[in-house]
Design a protein. Structure first.
Length: 239
């Protein structure tokens, strides 16, 4: 479904990102071409939207809230820093062209007090200068209006991964299992090679399970639990 403020975008690496943006495209901090149309499941993030356009604010508020995020809207960019200081935000979405204070100037002010918060820049007037300034200040995405909801979903997915935030409950479960196995293995003084002998699973697979990079089968987890001499349920932590 398309909204009046929405459209399409593409991702490129820097410096090609700057050239593409100036020509009317979009850039994402990961620098990777993305074509996934799947709807990601993201953990609850605290998002601040700063835009003087009520329609854009309303749309982003409704969309981001429906995705499960906590959203605060600020129409006055000069009040954005006060709002940021009053809460812990994971992401700020800034319009580029605003009265009183531009998005680039606000970005610079934000970076003076917070160099970790993810920033998405929105603009209906992309340019080489603003694209370069944004990238130099470590923005996570520079998106041209109109844009699609998939643009935001892809951007937020990459932001969550870069910041180490849990994307899905399934990912959280994998991380818990991996952490439990690693801690139990080390507490028993076992190496991955020794675990491999005991479980008949490859060292590579065991390592991937511990790093939450692979979804282990019930059979594999049973072998691991047996090798560690614990009940299978102990691998699942508080789940």
């Amino acid at each position: 479904m398309t909204h009046p403020v929405m459209g399409s975008c593409f991702w490129r690496t820097f410096p090609e990102a700057v050239r593409r943006i100036a020509a009317g495209g979009a850039w994402y901090g990961s620098g990777v071409v993305a074509t996934s149309q799947q709807r990601p499941e993201i953990a609850a993030l605290n998002v601040l939207v700063v835009d003087d356009d009520p329609d854009v604010c309303e749309y982003l508020h409704d969309f981001l809230t429906s995705e499960g995020y906590t959203v605060t809207v600020e129409h006055d960019p000069t009040q954005a820093l006060t709002t940021l200081r009053g809460d812990e935000f994971h992401l700020a979405v800034l319009d580029l062209m605003m009265p009183k204070l531009s998005g680039i100037d606000l970005l610079a002010q934000i970076r003076e007090i917070d160099d970790d918060i993810a920033i998405i820049i929105l603009t209906g007037y992309p340019s080489l200068e603003t694209a370069t300034s944004s990238i130099e200040r470590d923005v996570s995405a520079y998106i041209r209006k109109p844009f699609t909801v998939d643009d935001f979903r892809e951007a937020i997915t990459r932001i969550a991964k870069k910041k180490g935030l849990i994307l899905r409950r399934e990912d959280e479960l994998h991380a818990t299992i991996g952490r439990s196995i690693r801690e139990l293995r080390k507490a028993r003084g076992l190496t991955l090679k020794q675990m491999s002998r005991r479980t008949k699973l490859s060292v590579s697979l065991l390592s991937q399970i511990e790093r939450a990079e692979s979804s282990a089968s019930v059979s594999s987890l049973w072998k691991v639990a047996t090798a560690l001499d614990v009940r299978l349920t102990e691998l699942f932590g508080t789940f």
